[in-house]
Design a protein around this ligand. Structure first.
Ligand SMILES: Cc1ncc(COP(=O)(O)O)c(C=O)c1O
Ligand SMILES: [Zn+2]
Length: 407
């Protein structure tokens, strides 16, 4: 058995059993998993973790599962010392958490691995999700692994590479004419009508916990310490809040020292309701209509926006929004300096890093971790005009003539 004890409402504190429910029936706020941390502390040590599997499941005591887990090889991705990019930005201790290297090429495998495991525990014969693209691929892959039906819903303008990267696992792939927020609203209605395991609706409290493993891995890879600063992207804002929760859990368990990390949230300017609220010195997130090339994080009405803002405030961090042009520059900079081809969400993080350095928010000697959460090759459309080639005949003469070069 695992160490999760209950779900609780963050707002009003009411407790709920560990069932497939997402919202407090009293105040409609999101529910969150509680653990018996004293028992976890007794069961877990740095040594035990180090001897665990080289995957996110080395931290299973801090995840809300009971039995066998559904694992397609997720997590324990590289934490890269980004010396070249750091030099470019004037940062001496910059690290990239490269979560492009998950089985379906984004951090979503972490959240889905937990949620699918719960779907199996609860006995759902069908799983489903509302997705901007990455989640759909991950849900479809995990459903294939456990031979479960999957219905995945995406906006009809989802990138073709993401559609192919989902369809290959053979789910029922439904394109909805509308934005992600429309897809999400529809899925809310479907979840009330069909008794399916909706990965990011009725299974959301469990799904959320998967993102904590990003924080655990970073702390372990840094030699058991928290970074000084984190820069991470936000769509619903959930990932961002869970990196913070993960760091604080490790500290509470005595696995790392105190957490003085400043948390910086980044969004595309064409979809930045959380950053806008921060800039307005408010906790009230006004929904927007997204318009950006960073489609994977284009959520206009972020479910966890309030909590993301709370994380920024509690950690004395900040928020940064970047234009589509800056995103592409960020993607290219990361690729050209570190050899990492991230999708637009990664470009958002790199562009935000740059801005935060320019503002003096990030200092040159601080230990900074930038979270790159999805890979680039499935969203090539936004980069098509960077391709510059030379076409030559298969001869030495042609090579030297066209490239104007001599041996
Ligand atoms: C690549 C990538 N990064 C970050 C996020 C943000 O996730 P969250 O909704 O937890 O803020 C998403 C969400 O779809 C994503 O696809
Ligand atoms: Zn409540």
């Amino acid at each position: 058995m695992g160490y999760a004890t209950a779900l609780h409402c963050h707002k009003c504190g009411r407790n709920y059993p560990l069932k497939a429910i997402n919202l407090c029936t009293f105040c409609l706020n999101p529910l969150e998993v509680d653990y018996d941390y004293e028992a976890v502390a007794r069961a877990l040590s740095r040594e035990k973790i180090a001897n665990g599997p080289r995957s996110m499941w080395r931290y299973r005591e801090l995840l809300p599962v009971d039995g066998e887990v559904v694992d397609i090889g997720t997590g324990f991705t590289p934490l890269v010392k980004a010396s070249n990019l750091g030099q470019e930005l004037g940062l001496k201790r910059l690290y990239i958490k490269n979560d492009c290297l998950n089985p379906t090429y984004s951090f979503k495998d972490r959240v889905v691995s937990v949620a699918i495991t719960k779907a199996q525990e609860f006995g759902f014969d069908t799983v489903a999700c509302a997705s901007t693209g990455n989640l759909a691929a991950s849900v479809a892959a995990h459903a294939a692994k456990v031979n479960t039906n999957a219905y995945v819903f995406v906006p009809s303008n989802t990138e073709s590479g993401k559609l192919v990267g989902t369809a290959i696992y053979n789910p029922v792939l439904v394109m909805v004419e509308g934005s992600y927020d429309d897809v999400n609203r529809l899925c809310g209605k479907l979840a009330a009508r069909y008794s399916w395991g909706f990965i990011n609706i009725n299974l959301r409290p469990y799904y959320a916990e998967g993102s904590k493993t990003l924080a655990y891995e970073v702390a372990e890879q840094l030699g058991w310490r928290a970074p000084d600063c984190v820069v991470a992207p936000a769509a619903s804002g959930l990932l961002f809040t869970r990196i913070w929760k993960g760091l604080n859990e490790l500290s509470m368990l005595g696995l790392i020292g105190s957490v003085n990390t400043r948390m910086y949230v980044s969004q595309a300017a064409g979809s930045s309701p959380i950053v806008d609220a921060f800039a307005a010195d408010s906790f009230h997130v006004h929904p927007v209509k997204p318009d950006t090339i960073a489609k994977s994080i284009a959520i206009g009405n972020p479910a966890n926006g309030f909590y993301a803002l709370q994380t920024v405030r509690q950690s004395n961090g900040g928020a940064s929004a970047v234009t589509d042009e800056e995103i592409v520059i960020g993607m290219r900079l990361l690729a050209e300096t570190e050899g990492i081809f991230a999708e637009a969400a990664g470009g958002v993080v790199i562009a935000a890093l740059k801005k935060l350095v320019a503002l003096g928010a990030l200092k040159k000697d601080e230990l900074i971790v930038a979270f790159i959460t999805g890979a680039g090759p499935r969203t090539q459309d936004i980069l098509s005009d960077i391709v510059q080639t030379s076409t030559i005949k298969p001869t030495l003469e042609s090579f030297e003539e066209v490239l104007d070069i001599k041996a």
